[in-house]
Design a protein around this ligand. Sequence first.
Ligand SMILES: NC(=O)c1ccc[n+]([C@@H]2O[C@H](COP(=O)([O-])OP(=O)(O)OC[C@H]3O[C@@H](n4cnc5c(N)ncnc54)[C@H](OP(=O)(O)O)[C@@H]3O)[C@@H](O)[C@H]2O)c1
Length: 332
Amino acid sequence: MEFRHLGRSGLMVSEISYGNWITHGSQVEEDAARECVRAALDEGITTFDTADVYAGTKAEEVLGRALKGARRESLEIFTKVYWPTGAGPNDRGLSRKHITESVHGSLRRLQTDYVDLYQAHRFDNETPLEETLKTFDDLVRQGKVLYVGVSEWNADQIAQALKIADEMGFDRLVSNQPQYSMLWRVIEAEVVPLSEKEGLSQIVWSPIAQGVLTGKYLPGQPPPAGSRATDPAGGGFISRMLNDDVLTRVQNLKPIAADLGLSMAQLAVAWVLQNPNVASAIIGATKPEQVRDNVKASGVKLDAEVLKKIDDVLGPVVERDPAKTVSPEKRP
Ligand SMILES: NC(=O)c1ccc[n+]([C@@H]2O[C@H](COP(=O)([O-])OP(=O)(O)OC[C@H]3O[C@@H](n4cnc5c(N)ncnc54)[C@H](OP(=O)(O)O)[C@@H]3O)[C@@H](O)[C@H]2O)c1
């Protein structure tokens, strides 16, 4: 496993990290969750990503139990706040009240005294940005959070936050967590150039497009049994990518992966890691074999000719519009 700096900070993260959205506390039983975390640790993954909202807060509990016994100093534990964790109007968003209450819940469920990275899961249009950033800064001073970042913020939102942090002397954002894969490249035009200039990294989610880039979803065929597309929680999220044009083009990536001696999942994870602004690719897994397959992408170099072949195969199905990075207008 290779390691990269998180933004312009001193923190190192494993360039492949393990995330538990859809899986822990939901799609997979606790045994499978534990085996996946064990495989991740055995393969050298040290960075783990979760969120308060995953599986209605159960995902953090499962991860906390699965990581029990691992040396805390050898782990980087990331979580997030914003999406609803209860029915009340203050159980959501980035207010001082919700952030403070949510981080306490996360620490309890994760069975840790601090999280390494705390991320604003979306931009909250209903809370002054100063309030959110001051609260994040307070958590850093209290030692409950070591670094702060955001997720799915656009370049303007990140720039606003950096300006306020610099003016007020708050801790600066070190990272953004966007969706990024061969199929979804919306950060490349604006978020990445700003982040490179300002010292933020991307920690990217769904690098294999939730399984689509493994090539296991075949055009014109029902999804394979047990896959995310058949899961009640996951099926809605992946369905957008399950159209025959995308799936046919993905099948045409198979010879490129085979020529390189890579599995399709490895090719997909290696592809996002070619971008030097990416600190880590967060992989999901329902089975330990998937973790063991995907981690082999660490350290793989893809040359310009390979990247060009991939672009030629995928053609117009690649999404590049920076306007696709959106947070809800009103809190959910
Ligand atoms: N910040 C955000 O808003 C946000 C949003 C989404 C995700 N995330 C983070 O990103 C993490 C990863 O997202 P993701 O799970 O969508 O990532 P992903 O790695 O693109 O997809 C993971 C899924 O693909 C399938 N898969 C993985 N490896 C495979 C292999 N080798 N062969 C066949 N199938 C394979 C598995 O699903 P099946 O076995 O069920 O098919 C697995 O659960 C999340 O856990 C979370 O931490 C963040």
